[in-house]
Design a protein around this ligand. Structure first.
Ligand code: AP5
Length: 217
């Protein structure tokens, strides 16, 4: 079992690589962004509270996201967990350490996906996802094989995110540098940080991640 954090700015490719790890290694993807979007669409009280915050590109409170992660980690994963978009603040990182310790588990790797900020606008504004299975696509770099139909599940419910505008992306990037990037130093100091080039071709990024995960065997 391997528990891994994928760390990187919006558009670094965390979700894309997490989905591959689910298929290839039977791991469980824990994406706080997906959980919050699900709450938004469900119309729950919490979903309504976070909708505006997310659309603006601000971070949701630590209390809410830690609560979501705690709930999901209660279901064990034999293949391990992929933390995608969590933790994003130092209190979240401490909380994750505590949650794993309570399960008698640890963190095997923290993989920072390094990208050039200038590439992120094109990645984010070209992105669309399947509303049914969550598969991630891109107008230029990864279009569906048949226009308008998800390759993975055949759904025609393909969507763009409300926060995937250039303006919201700049705000999300600012949040990343102010609140999340300190985690790079935090995990480096703990001896858990590995870096991969997130600008490489998708399969090359996957191979680099596999190398990190397999090096701990
Ligand atoms: P979240 O959903 O986590 O968004 P994010 O971190 O901004 O990351 P993205 O999903 O935008 O990017 P990604 O790195 O997954 O890239 P992807 O693989 O899609 O969070 C959304 C919001 O929720 C936050 O702003 C916040 O409000 C809230 N939130 C979530 N978690 C929170 C937390 N822990 N605390 C507080 N608030 C929280 O790839 C992007 C595009 O590039 C795709 O089109 C893809 O096809 C393409 N692509 C990917 N890899 C490559 C490649 N190698 N080459 C070419 N194209 C590629």
């Amino acid at each position: 079992m391997v528990n891994v954090i994928l760390l990187g700015p919006p558009g670094a490719g965390k979700g894309t690589q997490a989905k591959k790890l689910v298929v290839e290694r039977g791991m469980v993807q824990l994406s706080t962004g997906d959980m919050l979007r699900e709450a938004k669409t469900s119309g729950s009280e919490m979903g309504l509270r976070v909708a505006e915050v997310m659309d603006r590109g601000d971070l949701v409170t630590d209390e809410i996201v830690i609560g979501l992660i705690r709930e999901k980690m209660a279901t064990p994963s034999a293949g391990g967990f992929i933390f995608d978009g969590f933790p994003r603040t130092l209190p979240q990182a401490d909380a994750l350490g505590d949650l794993l310790a309570q399960l008698g588990q640890g963190l095997d790797a923290v993989i920072e996906m390094q990208v050039d900020d200038a590439a992120l606008v094109a990645r984010i504004t070209g992105r669309y996802t399947c509303g049914n299975c969550g598969q991630v696509y891109h107008d230029k770099t990864r279009p569906t094989k048949v226009a308008g139909v998800c390759d993975a599940c055949g759904s025609t419910d393909l969507k763009r995110r409300a926060d995937d505008t250039e303006e919201a992306l700049r705000h999300r990037l600012m949040e990343y540098y102010k609140k999340t990037s300190p985690l790079v130093g935090y995990y480096y100091a703990k001896g858990q940080l590995a870096t991969v080039d997130g600008l490489a071709e998708m399969d090359v990024v996957s191979a680099a991640i596999a190398k990190v995960l397999d090096s701990g065997d």
